[in-house]
Design a protein around this ligand. Structure first.
Ligand SMILES: Cc1cc2nc3c(=O)[nH]c(=O)nc-3n(C[C@H](O)[C@H](O)[C@H](O)COP(=O)(O)OP(=O)(O)OC[C@H]3O[C@@H](n4cnc5c(N)ncnc54)[C@H](O)[C@@H]3O)c2cc1C
Length: 423
């Protein structure tokens, strides 16, 4: 590296910024990554409590077949632990039904089903779509014209019964969108990814993903606790919140959408929308018994109007998520509920006790994460990717520039690196 030249400055050490820095580094090109917070990962963070619980900031999984993740990560070093394919679903009438491998081995999963999850015709449509999607690449699926997921499911022939008892809780949980208003090209992509890959977490928590990328960069590349305040001269300089100004060969905005607009000021595209999905994730712990009938299975709630959307037991998937003798319970909601933290915890306990038994009332509350900007809204008609080059020396990457997924964050980071490298 020639130290007299200003560096490429990447603002944001989330998955997109780190991917961009990694691809540049692989090609021998140095960069400087400025991160406002105290750690790498952006929305992919894990807190370790003094007791030794690992709390991911929001329930989150890696789909192992994501093309960009396969390009970027050393899966062996991440020591990935997988959720069992399927879910345990609480139906609207309070009954529970277990779906084993509904997307990976659909015919087997649904033949055993005397379950009230849908009609026989509904069940047969699942392998039909799985087969159809397997003939296309992820890129082809994402490039398709879209309607809402709900319209797509209805047009494909699925009944309201299976939509409400399976698709709404399952994919509504992926998108944090129970209305299923998310674009259907993304549905087809995600459906294919569930068919082809596993839902996994690194043994030591989801933050191991960005940590792996950060540790590959030369020391000093990432500067934590360094918020940028403005991008100047179309990407030729960055002003830090501290007042210092850094010259740049180019600037890559790898922040979320609202932060990018703020950094650009008057250079921002007028009228850019930044609607986001909201979720909360509340952790409970117990040294006692926790419901174990769905080991390593995600528990989904199909009951309309319920606050609890899904429940997971992360330490059943990776023992490192809880100290010895303890169980960890992760409870997610989505949508705005307007409850205070205390009222939220009380209501969650009540719903959990009605679902999983009175033992839930005894679970100890550990922490609640309120994630107001969890995922960008991705609606029909939205381009699968916004322009990544904003000016000669100014670029952007991240899921806000594409669709709401780790795959998009990693992929746009790679593409910006390739533009900078002149590929
Ligand atoms: C609860 C939850 C569950 C999810 N589940 C999944 C899932 O199961 N599968 C999946 O594929 N995806 C999931 N996602 C989405 C996935 O986490 C995101 O798509 C991805 O992490 C986005 O990465 P990013 O780099 O684009 O943005 P971010 O992670 O938002 O990173 C942006 C970074 O920029 C920094 N920054 C902002 N402003 C400044 C500034 N002024 N100066 C310096 N730094 C700044 C931020 O601190 C942050 O570190 C989930 C997200 C959440 C929140």
């Amino acid at each position: 590296m020639n130290n007299s030249l200003p560096p490429i400055i990447i603002i944001g050490a989330g998955m997109a910024g780190l991917a961009c820095a990694n691809w540049l580094h692989r090609a021998g090109q140095a960069s400087l990554v400025l991160e406002a917070s105290d750690g790498v990962g952006g929305r992919v963070r894990t807190d370790v409590t003094p007791e030794g619980f690992r709390l991911d900031r929001g329930f989150q999984i890696l789909l192992t077949d994501y093309p960009e993740a396969r390009r970027m990560f050393d899966y062996g070093a991440l020591d990935l632990k997988t959720y069992r394919s399927g879910a345990l679903i609480r139906l609207a009438d309070g009954r529970e039904t277990k779906l084993e491998n509904p997307l990976k081995a659909p015919s087997r999963a649904f033949t055993t089903l005397t379950s009230p999850i849908g009609t026989l015709a509904d069940k047969l449509l699942i392998p039909k779509l799985a087969l159809q999607l397997q003939r296309q690449t992820p890129e082809q699926l994402l490039a398709q014209p879209a309607v809402t997921t709900l319209e797509f499911l209805r047009q494909y022939g699925w009944s309201e019964q299976i939509i409400d008892s399976f698709f709404r809780p399952f994919f509504g949980g992926v998108y944090l969108d129970r209305e299923l208003s998310t674009a259907s090209n993304f549905f087809e992509f995600v459906f294919q990814q569930f068919v082809k890959g596993d839902a996994a977490v690194p043994a030591l928590g989801i933050q191991q993903l960005p940590e792996q990328l950060a540790t590959r960069l030369p020391a000093g590349t990432v500067r934590l606790n360094t918020p940028a305040a403005a991008v100047l001269d179309g990407g030729r300089a960055v002003r830090l919140a501290s007042g210092e100004t850094l010259a740049a060969a180019a600037v890559v905005l790898a922040t979320d959408g609202p932060a990018a607009s703020q950094l650009l000021g008057s250079q921002a595209t007028a009228g850019e929308a930044h609607a986001a999905r909201h979720t909360t994730c509340t952790y409970f712990a117990t040294a006692g018994r926790a419901p174990s009938h769905g080991r390593r299975l995600l528990h989904l709630n199909a009951a309309p109007g319920a606050l609890v959307h899904n429940v997971a037991f992360p330490a059943e998937v990776s023992a490192d998520y809880a100290p010895p003798g303890q169980k960890l319970i992760s409870v997610s909601t989505h949508g705005e509920h307007g409850l205070s933290p205390e009222d939220l915890t009380t209501q969650l306990r009540t719903e959990l006790a009605a679902w999983l038994g009175p033992v839930a009332e005894t679970w100890r509350h550990l922490r609640t994460y309120n994630l107001t900007q969890a995922l960008p809204v991705y609606a029909p008609g939205q381009p699968v990717q916004q322009p990544l080059r904003l000016a000669d020396s100014l670029f952007r990457c991240g899921d806000w520039a594409a669709y709401p997924s780790l795959n998009a964050a990693l992929g746009t980071g790679r593409q910006v690196a390739e533009m900078l490298l002149g590929k």
